[in-house]
Each structure stands twice: as structure tokens, then as C-alpha cells.
Design a protein around this ligand. Structure first.
Ligand code: C2E
Ligand code: MG
Ligand code: MG
Length: 688
């Protein structure tokens, strides 16, 4: 069953509750082991050792210990050893003494093989012996005392007794292990039991249920016993495969740390379990000079550094605490139980100390520093999302004030109550009818052909009426709500794209994502899964990200950007011209299209300066082999000037306003029909 020291293989502190408990179990377990072995005469042992069956069984038990079946991602359930099947069968057939002897042998061998600490192996021997003893007591109560001289082969009528013995075995192991886990992670026994027992009971039922059959085969044709390996191997491989998938979905590929998904899960568990006198702490940690390392030494060194940071962080927290990577150089640490803000500060300080030890990479030594923001439940926030948002605010203060660590203080939070109210309303609106996507076409300037549509979010607030994305997107971007919004937008835009593409309207749908979304390692997976599910090619969508992304160097090295390019999803740079970024940088980010900000486009013909800016952007973009798209084209005059400049495409009220999906469908269908009947819309556009 589970093992008490999955997270740490360190011996517990002397006289700590865990130490006392483990010592108690080990002492009673070994007393039971001695008592059991005394019943086995040397002569019987020698006879047994001469039978091949004994060694076959020992080999099977060792194999079972080395290859446990893991059925859940829960950090409590490290795996169920298939050895239980054979030792329980031996217990029924040859009795307690032989069963615990074989199991002890197997545990010692597998302990050495897997380099387990001695306290762990001793505890495992003790808990298995106590569980087997409990089972033997049940059998004894019904008058069954199997012994090597008098093996017992259960009949059909003995099923109830065998089942009771199995239950005793399972419960004893379950309680002994869960109590150790509870003490180790400072959680209540009941909660630990509840979290593990479900998965484990399924596997144990399958394993122990087979045991009487093993016994029958042992008594009739021992040579056939190894055949039982086949179903166990099938179980092992199926479970491993699904576990690997679960693990991948819940962990960060680079550092193997839990990802955001798993962090949310663990935080929600911790919030549900939180006691009145304790707090749940969420620490958000951002490396201070990571960008420099990435810039000067490159991507692989940056990755190595992140792995070192991950390693140091995981080794600086207590068992039960969760270190997660949120993306880029952002890490989070969940403290499921923490006394108060001062204690959380101590943890943060410890983490920083662990990081500041100089790192040697590529023959160079450099210092890593981090800023940590802390938010506590229930003091600062009632749920995960707000905890993360507030630890983010606190981290920002730590960075700004160069203090290293800050605990959230409501008074310093510039998110006014009004803004927070709006955020709250927005959170409730996600997934409902008040948030909808409108679609604005993008047309080729030379021919008037439809090139695609851009999905633009519309929020109809129940009291305020329509709220402009310019008012709520920047607000959401400062909070963790943005991810949810992006997810919602992606889902809705993909669904719409699927409706269009599968009905012959094959226009790419552009989706706006914030810079932070683009750096999120979960984004490519989300898009890939959506495209697969809806049977859409990668070219059915495009991502638009504002020019501001060019100011953060992470964009060039982020795995997510590489993954998107690899998936074949095109990127467009939005609002170009507002961020004063150099075009050298533009070339380094693999974008296909540059959208010239509407503020310049609209002044074409009115301002010579703006005319020059637009012209030079169009020229530069072309010279880089990219496409230029003018935003906010309101009049034909502007469209005409853009055509003359050689701008590739335009978007704006001149062609169409953003429209609800149904209206956009009619518009698109009409346009495509016109195009297919040879009435090239460009003629209309140019003559208008
Ligand atoms: P954007 O991506 O640059 O979108 C173009 C904006 O220009 C849209 O404003 C659109 O309605 C507006 N527009 C289109 N044609 C014209 C025109 O001829 N004249 C003028 N004056 N404006 C025109 P909107 O819909 O208010 O969106 C504002 C910004 O909010 C967007 O700018 C985009 O950055 C952001 N946004 C909108 N939807 C989303 C979304 O789903 N996710 C994210 N992350 N951002 C979004
Ligand atoms: Mg856009
Ligand atoms: Mg724009």
C-alpha cells in the first residue's frame, strides 16, 4: 500500500510524533514476526527451501514489490505491490510463518534494490507482518491454522472466511500506512483514509480475490503458478500507462513539478480541509534576474537553471507542501497548513536563502534571487483564484520595493473595491450568456477577398450594460481571471470555427491572447486538444498577441511559443506601432502577420507623421517577409491609401463591424458565394 515517506526519504526527527509512531509499529511488527517464525521449525524451513515452489513464490513477491501498481495521482497512494496476492495466497496455504518470511525477504531485497532508507524498509516489514497476523487471527477464529505440514486449500464454502481475512489484511495495512502519512503530512487520519482507501480497495479486491485461485493452483500444479504473472503484468502496464498520462497532464515537462492544474486541485483540497485555527498559505515566487541568464546564456542554460531552482525549492519545504511551476520563471508554493503570516514569511525567507546559494552553470557562477508574495486563506482571500491574485499583488510589491518577501495588505492593493467588484462580476459572467464573441472580418485589400475573422469579446453587464473590452481586459490581465477568460474565448471561438469549417466556410478565426497566456505552457495543449476534438486543421485559427510581448524577452524562449509554431498555429502581432519595439526583435519572434494599430491608420490622410509611420511599418514588415494588416480602416479613402502603400490586408468598419456569430455567418456566406460566382468583391470595394 502507500508508503509514509514518499515525499521524503529522510528519517523522521527523534521523538517526533511520527518517529514515536513508526518505532511503535516497528517494535510490535518485529515482535509479531519473531512470534510467527518461532512456530516454524528449522526442519520444516529446510524442507520448504528445497521445493521450487518456495523460490518461485519468493521471486514473484520480490517482483511484485519492485513493480507496484499505481492507480492514482494522489501523492498519498504511491502504489500497491502485487506481492500482496502471493503472500496472501501463501498465508492461506502454508500459514502465517511462511507468508511473513517470504514477504520480509522480498521487502529487504526490494529495499536494497530501490535504495530505500532502512526506516522505510523496517516499517514496511512491520506493517505487512501485522496485517498478515490480523488475517491469520481471523482464519484461526474460524478454526483454520494452515502450516507447511498441513496446507489449507479453501473450498467454495470458505469464501466468507477468506473474504474476512482479506478485509482484516487490507484494513490493517490501510490504517497503519495512512496513520504514518497523516503524521508525516500533518493531516487528519480520516482525511488521509478518505483520500486513499477508494483507489486502494479496488486494487486490493482484485489482488486478494485472486489469492484462493493461486492456492488451488499451488496445491494441484505448482508449476502453473507463474502464469498468474500474466494478468498482473496486464494490470501493471494498463495502470502505468494511464498514470503516465495523468502525470503528464498534471506536471510541468521541464521541471516535473506539479503544474497549475495540480496546484488548483491541491489548494482546493487544502481549503476544504483547513481548520479554524490554521491558515492555508499561497506563495508566489518570481525569479529576479532570470531574463538576463536567458538572454546572455541562452535557452538551454535557462532551462537548466529552472530545473535547479525547482530542485532547491522542493527540498526547502516540508512534506505535504506543494511546489508548482506556473510557467516561465514563476513558481508557487502551497502551504496546506501554516500558523500565521509570520510562519509563512519564514518559509518564504527559507526558500530565498536556498535560491541565493550561487549556481554554477557552463563554468560560470551566478546568483539567483527571487521575490515572493504571500496570501493567506482565509485572511486575504476565500478561494484559489483570489489567493493567487493576491499573492501576485504582494509579489509585485516585493519586487517593486526590493524587499524580497511581502505579505498581501489590502490597503496597498490598487485594485479598488469597484475594480474588484467588476472582476467578481466578470468571474460570474464567464461561461454564461453575458460574455459572447463577436466576429470582425479581415479582407485582402487588393482583391477584397475574406482572409479571416477576428473574435472579439463582448460583455453585457446586467447593470452597466455593454462594457468595452478595453475596460475589462486590462483589468482581467492583472488577475488570474485572464486565463479563464482566454480558455472560454478559445472554446467558443473553436466551436464557431468548427461550425464554419464543417459547413464549407473555411476562414481562419483569430483569437486574442494576452502576453501571459502566450507564455503559459498549457496553451498549446489546450489548443491542440480543441483542434483535435473538433477535427480542425491548425490553420483554422490564428493567435493575436499585442506588441507588448516583444518587450519581455521570455517570448523568444518560451516553450509555449515554440510549441505553437510546431503545431502550425500562426501568430500575429497586434496593435503594432504603439510599443516602440525594434523590428529586430520582431524577426526573432516567429510571427506571420503584423497588425498596424488603428490609431495610426485612422489618421492616414490627416497626419503626415502617421502616414510616414504606417508606410515605414508596411515596408519593413514586407522586407521581413511578413504580412501587414491595417486595423481600424474606417473609410474607403484610408483603404485606398493602404492599397497604394502595399499593405496586404485591412480590418475595420469600412468592410464590416464586429458582428454576432449568426450575422457573421450570413455575411461570410454572401461574400464567399459572390467570390465563387466570379463577382470579385474587390471590384465593388475599389469602385465604392
Ligand atoms: P484589437 O485586438 O486590436 O481589436 C481591434 C479593436 O478595434 C476592436 O475593439 C474592434 O472593435 C475595434 N475596431 C474594429 N474596426 C474598427 C474601426 O474601423 N474603427 C475603430 N475605431 N475601431 C475598430 P474592441 O472589440 O473594443 O477590443 C479592444 C481590444 O480588446 C482588442 O483590440 C483586444 O486587444 C482586446 N480584446 C478583445 N477581445 C479579446 C479577447 O477575447 N481576449 C483578449 N485577450 N483580448 C481581447
Ligand atoms: Mg486583435
Ligand atoms: Mg489591435
Amino acid at each position: 500500500m502507500t508508503d509514509p515517506s514518499d515525499t521524503r526519504d529522510k528519517a523522521p526527527r527523534r521523538f517526533s510524533p511520527l518517529w514515536t509512531y513508526l518505532t511503535g509499529v516497528v517494535v510490535s511488527g518485529f515482535a509479531a514476526l519473531l512470534a510467527a517464525e518461532f512456530q516454524l521449525g528449522l526442519h520444516e524451513l529446510a524442507t520448504l527451501a528445497r521445493t521450487p515452489l518456495f523460490w518461485v513464490l519468493t521471486a514473484l513477491v520480490v517482483l511484485g514489490e519492485l513493480r507496484p501498481i499505481v492507480v492514482s495521482t494522489s501523492r498519498l497512494a504511491s502504489g500497491t505491490a502485487t506481492s500482496a496476492l502471493f503472500t496472501f495466497a501463501v498465508l492461506l496455504y502454508h500459514g502465517l510463518s511462511v507468508a511473513v518470511l517470504i514477504h520480509t525477504l522480498a521487502l529487504v531485497v526490494s529495499g536494497l534494490f530501490r535504495r530505500r532508507s532502512w526506516h522505510r524498509t523496517l516499517f514496511n516489514v512491520a506493517q505487512v507482518t501485522l496485517a498478515s497476523t490480523a488475517s491469520a487471527v481471523v482464519l484461526g477464529a474460524f478454526g483454520h491454522h494452515p502450516h507447511p505440514d498441513q496446507p489449507w486449500v479453501p473450498e467454495g464454502g470458505d469464501i466468507a472466511v477468506v473474504a474476512l481475512a482479506a478485509v482484516a489484511y487490507f484494513l490493517m495495512r490501510g490504517v497503519l500506512v495512512c496513520a504514518a502519512v497523516a503524521l508525516h503530512e500533518r493531516r487528519s487520519l480520516l482525511r488521509v483514509l478518505r483520500a486513499t482507501i477508494g483507489h486502494q480497495s479496488l486494487v486490493y479486491t482484485a489482488l486478494l480475490g485472486l489469492a484462493p485461485l493461486v492456492v488451488v493452483v499451488m496445491s494441484r500444479s505448482p508449476a502453473l503458478v507463474p502464469l498468474f504473472v500474466a494478468p498482473l503484468a496486464a494490470m501493471y502496464f494498463t495502470a502505468s500507462l494511464s498514470m503516465r498520462r495523468d502525470h503528464q497532464a498534471m506536471h510541468d515537462g521541464l521541471t516535473s513539478l506539479p503544474n497549475r492544474k495540480l496546484l488548483i486541485l491541491r489548494t482546493e483540497e487544502a481549503l476544504a480541509e483547513a481548520r479554524d485555527d490554521e491558515r492555508v498559505g499561497l506563495l508566489l515566487l518570481d525569479l529576479d534576474r532570470f531574463k538576463e541568464v536567458n538572454d546572455t546564456l541562452g535557452h538551454p542554460v535557462g532551462d537548466r537553471l529552472l530545473q535547479i531552482v525547482a530542485h532547491r525549492l522542493t527540498h526547502s519545504v516540508r512534506p505535504g507542501d506543494v511546489v508548482a511551476r506556473l510557467g516561465g520563471d514563476e513558481f508557487a508554493v502551497l502551504l496546506p497548513t501554516v500558523r500565521d503570516a509570520a510562519a509563512a514569511r519564514e518559509v518564504a525567507a527559507r526558500l530565498r536563502v536556498a535560491l541565493t546559494e550561487p549556481v554554477r552553470l557552463e563554468g560560470m557562477t551566478f546568483d539567483v534571487d527571487a521575490s515572493v508574495g504571500i496570501a493567506l486563506y482565509p485572511d486575504h482571500a476565500p478561494d484559489f483564484e483570489l489567493l493567487l491574485q493576491r499573492s501576485d499583488v504582494a509579489m509585485y510589491f516585493a519586487k517593486e520595493g526590493r524587499t524580497g518577501v511581502e505579505v498581501y495588505i489590502a490597503e496597498k492593493d490598487r485594485n479598488s473595491p469597484e475594480r474588484l467588484n467588476l472582476l467578481g462580476d466578470l468571474r460570474r459572467a464567464i461561461g454564461g450568456d453575458d460574455l459572447q464573441l463577436h466576429y470582425q472580418p479581415k479582407v485582402e485589400l487588393a482583391t477584397g477577398a475574406v482572409e479571416g475573422v477576428e473574435a472579439l469579446l463582448r460583455w453585457w453587464h446586467p447593470d452597466r450594460g455593454p462594457v468595452s473590452p478595453d475596460d475589462f481586459i486590462p483589468l482581467a490581465e492583472q488577475s488570474y481571471l485572464m486565463r479563464q477568460i482566454t480558455q472560454h474565448v478559445i472554446d467558443a471561438a473553436l466551436e464557431q470555427a468548427a461550425l464554419w469549417w464543417h459547413s464549407g466556410i473555411e476562414v481562419p478565426v483569430s483569437i486574442n491572447v494576452s502576453a501571459r497566456d502566450l507564455l503559459d505552457s498549457a496553451l498549446p495543449d489546450l489548443l491542440e486538444a480543441g483542434l483535435d476534438r473538433l477535427r480542425l486543421p491548425p490553420g483554422a485559427i490564428q493567435l493575436e498577441v499585442t506588441e507588448r510581448i516583444l518587450m519581455t524577452d521570455q517570448a523568444y524562449t518560451a516553450d509555449s511559443v515554440h510549441a505553437l509554431v510546431e503545431l502550425g498555429i500562426p501568430l500575429a502581432l497586434d496593435d503594432f506601432g504603439t510599443g516602440y519595439s525594434s523590428l529586430v526583435r520582431l524577426q526573432r519572434l516567429q510571427v506571420r502577420e503584423v497588425k498596424i494599430d488603428g490609431s495610426f491608420v485612422q489618421r492616414l490622410g490627416k497626419s503626415v507623421d502617421d502616414e510616414r509611420i504606417v508606410r515605414s511599418i508596411v515596408d519593413l514588415v514586407r522586407s521581413l517577409g511578413l504580412r501587414s494588416v491595417a486595423e481600424g480602416v474606417e473609410t474607403e479613402e484610408v483603404a485606398q491609401r493602404l492599397r497604394e502603400m502595399g499593405c496586404d490586408a485591412g480590418q475595420g468598419w469600412r468592410f464590416a463591424e464586429p458582428m454576432p456569430a449568426a450575422e457573421a455567418t450570413v455575411w461570410l456566406r454572401e461574400r464567399l458565394n459572390e467570390a465563387s460566382f466570379g463577382r470579385c468583391p474587390s471590384a465593388e470595394v475599389t469602385t465604392l
